[in-house]
Design a binder for this molecule. Structure first.
Ligand code: SF4
Length: 236
């Protein structure tokens, strides 16, 4: 049964209730609460693979969405194909308002090298706004141990920018937990993770990390930017 729409005032109690709860229980509750008004966004990293696998065993059926910046790695596209083949999911591809040639004409070539914030807005943030329009909840793969900026993430948060409840079933997963889940269930995952890429985004803004570096230090390396802007306004 679908109950009333939740808002920011509900988040603290819900976050406390689901702290330490298994991901499948949180996703099951989300399905009962929000029905079909849930979106799962796919980055085609390991956490996407884990979430798609868990969702295959609960009655929750979110819209499954990818934002294709036009600059994704071949390995990320291959992961999408592998997960579709394995789980039969339908993936909705959301494109930026401009293709790369149009963006180069309007903003100059290789915008990412001059203004990554603007590039991420055009190619990720604005498409996400469209993807979440009219939705009540957004399932993400955020984990606390990915970076300092995510260390205080909670299983349920409020996103005021999009007016949705964020559902974060893997928030307490460690790297070892993710690896164990993929291995135990033989889940397809992005091959770049075995080539020194703990975090994967667009080709121009992602490099492998060195031993001892933060998992997200390979993203926008050499700049102060640490997030693409999709997850920076949550209320916990
Ligand atoms: S990650 Fe880089 S290439 Fe991708 S949208 Fe952001 S700035 Fe542009």
């Amino acid at each position: 049964m679908i109950t009333r729409t939740l808002g920011p005032d509900d988040v603290p109690a819900l976050a406390a209730r689901f702290e330490g709860e298994a991901p499948d229980e949180l996703l099951r509750w989300a399905g009962e609460q929000f029905g079909e008004r849930i979106v799962l966004t796919c980055s085609w990293q390991r956490t996407t693979s884990v979430l798609v696998d868990i969702l295959s065993r609960v009655p929750t059926t979110p819209r499954v969405v990818e934002i294709d910046t036009g600059l994704l790695f071949d390995e990320s596209h291959a992961t999408r194909r592998a997960l579709i083949a394995r789980y039969g999911i339908e993936v909705e591809t959301i494109m930026p308002g401009m293709d790369l040639a149009e963006q180069a004409a309007a903003e100059g070539p290789e915008l990412w090298s001059r203004d990554a914030v603007r590039c991420c807005f055009l190619r990720k943030v604005e498409p996400l706004q469209r993807a979440l329009g009219g939705m009540d909840a957004w399932v993400t793969g955020i984990r606390r141990d990915q970076s300092v900026s995510r260390a205080n993430a909670r299983p349920i948060e409020w996103d005021p920018a999009h007016g949705v409840i964020k559902i974060q079933p893997l928030v307490a997963f460690s790297d070892a937990d993710v690896e164990a889940h993929l291995r135990e269930h033989d889940v397809p995952y992005n091959a770049l993770h075995d080539q020194g890429y703990p975090s994967i985004g667009c080709v121009p803004c992602t490099r492998p990390v060195l031993p001892g570096e933060d998992a997200r230090s390979g993203r926008w390396s050499g700049s102060t930017k640490t997030e693409c802007g999709l997850h920076t306004t949550s209320v916990r």
